[in-house]
Write a protein that binds this ligand. Structure first.
Ligand code: ATP
Ligand code: MG
Length: 605
């Protein structure tokens, strides 16, 4: 029930080069902006470096010599440098963030496009909350790091190197003090930084757990409330948040400790320089300007070292996020496609055939769901599938739609092996109405048009009429423009089903797969749904998972499935005589002729 951590999509381990190759294509279109940003960055760093010398000039020439003219000039020069600094910062920030936002959008689109194309098997091992976290949080982390963090890193690197050079140039002796101080600053950063990274990764994982819990409970809210289990999901969510909080607090403590140590080291180093330099100043070996510019550069060097160490942790975090995205971008769970796909000739009454098909779900390879299934459904025939729960009826539908490929045997639709067809082409010819209808949170109209978006209004209404849905739709507050709510929650179960039927009628498939609802509807909507299904299946090859007497009686043929095998075929009358299992099922399921007996325990979603 509660998914575990190892359910999350596989995380690969990628080298930096591999990550670069995967993500560079998204940055390539923005080369010009990136070069511009780099130039702006160099300008900013250069201006900052020059500023130290400006400071020395200001102190020595303007202040010490008490020359107002020189002071004016020094101030103007400083102001000009500041202007450069401001302009460069503006340019860098804008360019970098523009590129970042656009790259983020591109990566998100690519990620989603890839996920949408993955085979259903992949989604059985992935957690929805995790997938969402990848598309939103992880991409955002990568964006931040790829743009602001890297540009900050570059800026600080230039400052560090430039600052060191200026230090050595202005006073080799005092540079020695600085160089001695640097390892003292860096050592705790490396040690604490490593622990910080670990703590960050843990915090990210715990945060993902929070979103998984929230997503799961919210999407099953009606079931949760129907069972009065708000307390349970609240506790579970509280646990997840508690775990996330603990991890975050541990990370915050480390971060605080690190920045405290770094600040102490930096100011300690600067004091040491002031002390050494102050003595030189008193002895008249250097000027006040030299000392102030020296302190300025020392500060730059220390600060950029601090920044860089901080950014290293940040880069590490992004590395993790980038790996998760890359793993998802490269998840290869799609079904093999025919190089030159064949076409289905017939548009209507398509025949299909299972040839000795065996199949086990990827999540349960040891136990086949379907074994040696072999049958043909002729042109326009109406075949009912009957069997106990878990027999493998829905699985046959999944195989026909090619959600999975069988382990052995082959399936043909319209005379073609479905592996030789383009997936979209195959699925365009098949209409499915399943027990759990998925509607979208758009209008009634859009939900019907989902079957064939280019259909005109008249066709759409005609489909709704055939699906016995036009009546209730026109009684809705905004008719066809009424919004149905998330997953169609604002409609009744029977209404949802009739919309799904209208959608399939509009699609006009040549092969129809029906999964009759097991949950009971009230007698009136049941009758309406039944009438809609009858309209839908008229003149089409139909394979129906039957739960009603009316359906099996009218079927041309019944396939009795048990344990993944076809155990008997024939008409209702024949099977009643020949098969004890069928008799038993018929007694259980078809005893009330117009309504299915099983009450809906959980018929709330
Ligand atoms: N995604 C899956 N991964 C692993 N096993 C699965 C999966 N889906 C179904 N199964 C298993 O395959 C078997 C056949 O399932 P299937 O859904 O085809 O049954 P069914 O005949 O449609 O039952 P029902 O009448 O209850 O809908 C069951 O034992 C089920 O547990
Ligand atoms: Mg089923």
């Amino acid at each position: 029930m509660t998914p575990t951590l190892q359910d999350s999509p596989r995380q690969g381990s990628y080298s930096l080069g591999q990550l670069g190759r995967i993500f560079w294509p998204y940055f390539r279109p923005f080369r010009r902006q990136i070069i511009g940003a780099v130039l702006a960055l160099v300008m900013v760093a250069g201006a900052l470096l020059v500023m130290g010398r400006g400071l020395a000039y200001l102190v020595d020439e303007g202040l010490s010599k008490q020359d107002p003219e020189l002071l004016n000039r020094a101030v103007i020069a400083t102001a000009l440098i500041a202007l450069c600094l401001a302009f460069g910062s503006y340019l860098r920030t804008t360019l970098v963030n523009q590129v970042g936002e656009q790259v983020l959008a591109q990566i998100r689109k690519a990620l989603f496009a890839h996920v949408v194309g993955l085979a259903p098997g992949w989604f059985e091992t992935a957690r929805t909350g995790d997938i969402l976290a990848r598309i939103t949080t992880d991409t955002a982390i990568v964006q931040t790091v790829m743009t602001s963090t890297i540009s900050m890193a570059a800026r600080n690197l230039i400052l560090l190197v430039g600052g060191l050079v200026m230090l050595v140039l202005s006073s080799p002796k005092m540079s020695l003090v600085v160089l001695l101080a640097v390892p003292l600053v860096v050592a705790p950063m490396i040690v604490l930084g490593r622990r910080l990274r670990k703590a960050s990764r843990l915090a990210q994982d715990r945060l993902a757990d929070v979103s998984v819990q929230a997503e799961e409970s919210v999407s099953a809210m009606r079931t949760v409330q129907a069972f009065a289990r708000q307390g349970l999901v609240r506790d579970r969510f509280d646990d997840a948040v508690g775990g996330s909080l603990d991890a975050a607090l541990a990370r915050v403590r480390l971060r605080g400790l690190l920045s405290g140590i770094v600040i102490f080291m930096v100011f300690g180093g600067v004091s040491a320089i002031l002390w050494v330099g102050g003595q030189d100043l008193l002895a008249g070996k250097i000027t006040a300007g030299d000392l102030s510019s020296f302190v300025f550069y020392a500060f730059l060097v220390a600060a950029s070292t601090g920044f860089l160490s901080d950014l290293a942790g940040e880069l590490q975090r992004a590395g993790g996020a980038a790996e998760r995205i890359a793993a998802m971008l490269q998840a290869d769970e799609s079904l093999p496609q025919a190089a030159i796909p064949r076409q289905i000739d017939a548009a209507h009454k398509i025949a299909c055939r299972f040839e000795d098909v065996s199949f086990a779900y990827p999540a349960a390879t040891a136990r086949p769901a379907v074994t040696n299934v072999d049958f043909t459904i002729g042109h326009g025939e109406r075949v009912a599938l009957v069997g106990p729960s878990g027999a493998g009826k829905s699985t046959l539908f999944h195989l026909l739609l090619r959600f999975y490929d069988p382990g052995a045997g082959r399936i043909t639709v319209g005379g073609q092996d479905i592996r030789d067809l383009a997936l979209d082409d195959l699925r365009r010819h098949i209409g499915i109405v399943s027990q759990d209808t998925a509607l979208f949170s758009t209008s009634v109209r859009d939900n019907i048009l989902f079957g064939r978006p280019d259909a005109d209004g008249a066709d759409m209404v005609a489909a709704a009429q055939q699906a016995e849905a036009h009546g209730f739709i026109t009684e809705l507050p905004q008719g066809y423009d009424t919004l149905v709510g998330e997953k169609g929650v604002r409609l009744s179960g029977g209404q949802r089903q009739r919309l799904a039927i209208a959608r399939t009628i509009l699609r006009d498939p040549g092969l129809l797969l029906l999964d009759e609802a097991t949950s009971a509807l009230d007698a009136r909507s049941e009758a309406a749904v039944q009438a809609a299904l009858d309209n839908l299946s008229r003149d089409r090859t139909t394979l129906v998972i039957a739960h009603r007497l009316a359906t099996v009686v009218r079927a041309d043929r019944i396939l009795l499935i048990d344990n993944g095998r076809i155990v008997a075929t024939g008409t209702h009358e024949e099977l009643i005589v020949e098969s004890p299992l069928y008799r038993h099922l018929a007694d259980l399921q078809f005893s009330t002729p117009d309504r299915q007996a099983a009450p809906a325990i959980e018929g709330t979603g």
